[in-house]
Design a protein around this ligand. Structure first.
Ligand SMILES: [Zn+2]
Length: 451
């Protein structure tokens, strides 16, 4: 177990071309005890401080009792160490691929290892900033356990400003991966086995997709008690039950016994201070909840758990303008927005078929027929406390879409015109799975699968 211990654990500056840390920030703090794993030691970087041009003159800590070292990605991360490692998936030819940075803060005392992953979809930016804020504000000298943060899992997509990998595959459909499979499958396999396997719990950060935005919310398989337990640690954050599509990281993690949730906040391609702040506060609350930090956050009233949710859709194509906002409570029959055909001036309303709350919605945009526009967390019937309510059970005939022909009328006046029942009740039909299954994001089109 202990081959020729290096007297001076020489830290090579991260495999040459790989991921050299900014020279200024690399603070090679040598530690006394020899490596027990024979692996090179990861350098201790001041992750709890902003990176300045000069290395901060921190006093070398005469580390207390060494309790827990973390071995990750071919490095040994001693206790009380913050560092940056590199996950090298070798998915391209030598010299071309850029290693994916992995931030690690290993605390002074034993505790769980919490993993935070972001930008699995390369255009989802809020999670990147969330991971940065959480990791760079952790004090390894006070932390119990370890936090592993991967700000940009899908570096390929990130560079292209795209949700997907360069081959247009959605990386989050290939977990736990296959070392002999497609490029996406190999990437997934490598990431799952080299990083995720070290986690005791996982929070995968996402945003809405395709010009949709989400109220900050957790998605998890609420049939799994350990997942339920995890969702309780995030303060006042809406929880939506969702089993998770096959191939998603969180589902694959849960299947191997690692409780995992998706934290959704905001929309793609933009950074939202509200979404990031909420996410950061929620994760700090989780760290506190898990006993890893002592930082305590105050929250307002608790947010509900939605066992059922459904997307309302634009039944026709055109320009969508919403009349509701994220977080708003809606009732059955409420007008959620309108879709207007810019050529014919026909305007159609998008009507809520449920009592509930807007937990995700499309930004104003041009859509095709069938585009999911409003995600409603369904308020359970009175007296009902747990799982239940089959969404389809609600009268399908009520899937009312108010279409009004407003040809040649000035905008506005036509909106209140005659109603006519839309034959298509697809907004409801899609949720004919049993109550507790597939309610949140399995709505038919892949595009909605946020996580
Ligand atoms: Zn995503």
């Amino acid at each position: 177990m202990a081959p020729a211990p290096d007297p001076v654990p020489e830290v090579t500056p991260e495999a040459g071309l790989g991921a050299p840390a900014p020279e200024a920030a690399v603070q090679l703090e040598e530690r006394e005890p020899p490596s027990t794993t024979g692996l090179p030691r990861a350098p201790n970087l001041p992750l709890d401080e902003p990176v300045e041009s000069e290395p901060p003159p921190t006093a070398p800590n005469p580390a207390p009792v060494v309790l827990q070292e973390l071995v990750l990605l071919g490095r040994e991360v001693p206790p009380k160490t913050s560092t940056r490692l590199a996950w090298a998936p070798t998915q391209s030819f030598e010299g071309i691929y850029v290693d994916t940075p992995v931030l690690v803060v290993n605390g002074v005392e034993p505790g769980p290892t919490l993993c935070l992953t972001a930008a699995m979809h390369g255009d989802e930016l809020n999670g990147i900033e969330t991971v940065r804020r959480v990791l760079y504000n952790l004090d390894a000298g006070k932390l119990k356990g370890a936090v592993i943060g991967v700000p940009i899992v899908n570096l390929q997509g990130f560079h292209a400003g795209s949700r997907y990998l360069t081959d247009r595959r959605d990386l989050n459909r290939y977990f736990p991966g296959d070392p002999k499979g497609s490029s996406a499958s190999r990437l997934a396999y490598s990431f799952f086995h080299e990083v995720i396997a070290h986690c005791d719990a996982l929070v995968d950060l996402h945003t809405g997709s395709f010009y949709r935005t989400n109220l900050p919310q957790l998605r998890g398989d609420l049939r799994n008690p350990r997942v339920v337990q995890l969702t309780k640690g995030f303060g006042s954050t809406v929880v939506v039950h969702s089993e998770g599509t096959a191939g998603t990281l969180r589902r694959a993690a849960v299947e191997v016994g690692i409780p995992a949730v998706t934290l959704e906040a905001g929309g793609p391609s933009v950074l939202s201070e509200d979404a990031v702040s909420h996410s950061v506060k929620a994760i700090r609350t989780l760290l506190n909840h898990l006993g890893m930090t002592t930082r305590f956050s105050l929250w307002g009233d608790p947010e509900p758990v939605y066992y059922n949710s459904v997307w309302e859709r634009a039944q026709v194509g055109g320009i969508v303008f919403s009349r509701v906002s994220l977080g708003q409570t809606v009732k059955r029959g409420d007008v959620l927005g309108t879709v207007t055909n810019p050529i014919t001036n026909v305007r159609t309303r998008i009507i809520s078929n449920h009592n509930g709350r807007i937990i995700g919605m499309a930004l104003n945009q041009v859509v095709q027929p069938g585009f999911a526009t409003h995600h409603i967390g369904i308020t359970p019937p009175k007296g009902q406390i747990s799982p239940p309510e089959d969404v389809v059970a609600t009268d399908p005939g009520s899937a009312r879409q108010l279409a009004d022909v407003t040809t040649d009328t000035p905008a506005g006046s036509g909106e209140e015109a005659a109603e006519s029942e839309q034959p298509d009740a697809s907004a409801v039909e899609e949720n004919h799975t049993p109550a507790v299954e597939n309610s949140a994001d399995e709505v038919g089109d892949e595009d909605l699968e946020e996580d």
